[in-house]
Design a protein around this ligand. Structure first.
Ligand code: SF4
Length: 334
């Protein structure tokens, strides 16, 4: 992947009007329906939503790892340093995975190969992309294992994934992802399977590495609690669209969309003593049959007639923030 910039390279990464659909036995699942966002160096954007909201599909589209078919990208651009990844040949994209854009996957146990030592798997990045020999690749693996705070890295570089705890395996995944100093790191639910203490350690590690390398980071999560201290901006997704976009402090202080408000009310907050927790009723829609109007209307406590017929656009509701709700001002004032 070339690092050449063009006049449109205003941001490190920008996703423009992206659509992704899956052709299934049940019909066409409209997984992403016109998503736009950008990411700059050193910045963390959290993409938040329930399962099926389209956040992981967005990440896979950026990485170029969607299976096509069944996936299809009928429209959109993904500009990395001004170049559209979607029009690049596969070989160029493959070479960019690692040194330019890299990803930490959710499930380290199934993402790591159980039959190879972890050091071999970390070292593969250097053998494949840098032509390193076996012993240099192992030396790099030890260095990276030390960097992600795996105790006894030298002794454990030839151990297998099942010999590590869940938190340590996630550190190994992170070591692989940052091995070639990527400019963009996508972390897809990096702490979901871990207990709260280990979650906090992993998030701290990701933040440290981000500052060290000035990476742009996209943090994908269903948990608003995880992103409060880490993200600069948040994009909330529902049924394949961004329904609210704002700086992190604004979202927590004054959500501008009923869905975001519902998500916030479902997590315990240290700043709100005696708070009643409540879950959003109902389930996310089947993506082959997204409801007309506002896709959230069957679950929204504020829904009115217009919501069932007219789709709200994502409109500015303040500095650096937008919301796709006919009544976002009411939500802000509530
Ligand atoms: Fe709720 Fe209507 Fe706003 Fe959709 S447009 S979030 S249904 S109030």
């Amino acid at each position: 992947m070339s690092t050449q910039t063009t006049p449109s390279a205003e941001h490190l990464l920008s996703v423009e009007d992206l659509f992704v659909e899956f052709h299934t036995g049940e019909g066409v699942a409209k997984a992403i329906n016109g998503v736009d966002f950008s990411l700059d160096e050193g910045e963390t954007l959290a993409i938040l939503g329930e399962s099926g909201s389209g956040k992981s599909v967005t990440a896979q589209a950026i990485m170029g790892i969607l299976d096509t078919p069944p996936a299809r990208i009928p429209h959109g651009r993904i500009l990395y340093k001004g170049q559209d990844l979607l029009t690049m040949d596969e070989e160029t994209r493959r070479k960019g995975r690692g040194p330019e854009i890299s990803m930490v996957f959710q499930d380290a146990l199934s993402s790591l190969n159980p039959v190879f030592p972890v050091g071999w798997q970390i070292g593969e990045m250097f053998r494949k992309h840098r032509g390193a020999n076996r012993s240099d690749a192992y030396a790099e693996a030890v260095r990276l294992m030390e960097r992600v705070n795996i105790p006894g890295a030298k002794q454990r570089v030839k151990a297998y994934p099942h010999q590590f705890s869940g938190g340590m395996r996630q550190r190994i995944m992170i070591a692989m992802a940052i091995a070639l100093n990527p400019k963009v790191l996508i972390a897809d639910e990096p702490t979901t399977a871990l207990d709260v203490t280990v979650q906090a350690q992993i998030m701290d590690l990701l933040q440290d590495l981000q500052h060290e390398h000035n990476m742009g980071m996209i943090l994908i999560t269903h948990d608003l609690g995880v992103v409060a201290d880490v993200a600069d901006r948040i994009a909330v997704m529902y049924a394949g669209r961004i329904v609210e976009r704002a700086e992190v402090g604004d979202i927590y202080a004054r959500p501008g969309h009923p869905y975001t408000k519902g998500l916030l009310e479902s997590i315990p907050r240290l700043d709100q003593k005696g708070q009643q927790l409540s879950a959003i009723g109902g389930l996310p829609p089947n993506l082959t049959r997204i409801p007309p109007g506002c896709a959230f209307h069957p679950r929204c406590v504020m829904a009115r007639d217009i919501c069932r017929t007219e789709r709200p656009e994502l409109l500015e509701i303040g500095p650096q923030r937008s919301s796709a709700c006919h009544f976002s001002q009411e939500v802000l004032d509530a």
